[in-house]
Ligand binder design. Structure first.
Ligand SMILES: [Zn+2]
Length: 63
C-alpha cells in the first residue's frame, strides 16, 4: 500500500497457484522457467533463495 492509501500494482495482482508445488503467490509479470514446471512468481522465489544460499559463507559446504 502506498502512503496515500492506494494499493500498489503488486497488491492488486491476481493470486495464482504454482503448477509445480501449489504455492499461491501474486503474479509478478516475470518469466516462468522454460519447461513451465512452475509459476513465474514461484520461479522468482526460487532464484532469490538460490542467490541467498550461495551468498552465505556458512552454506558453502552444501553446494
Ligand atoms: Zn512452485
Amino acid at each position: 500500500m502506498t502512503a496515500c492509501g492506494k494499493a500498489t500494482p503488486l497488491e492488486t495482482a491476481a493470486l495464482r497457484p504454482c503448477v509445480g508445488c501449489g504455492l499461491v503467490l501474486r503474479e509478478t509479470g516475470g518469466t516462468p522457467p522454460p519447461e513451465l514446471s512452475a509459476s513465474a512468481a514461484c520461479f522468482d522465489r526460487y532464484g532469490e533463495l538460490l542467490s541467498r544460499s550461495y551468498s552465505l559463507e556458512t552454506y558453502r559446504p552444501v553446494h
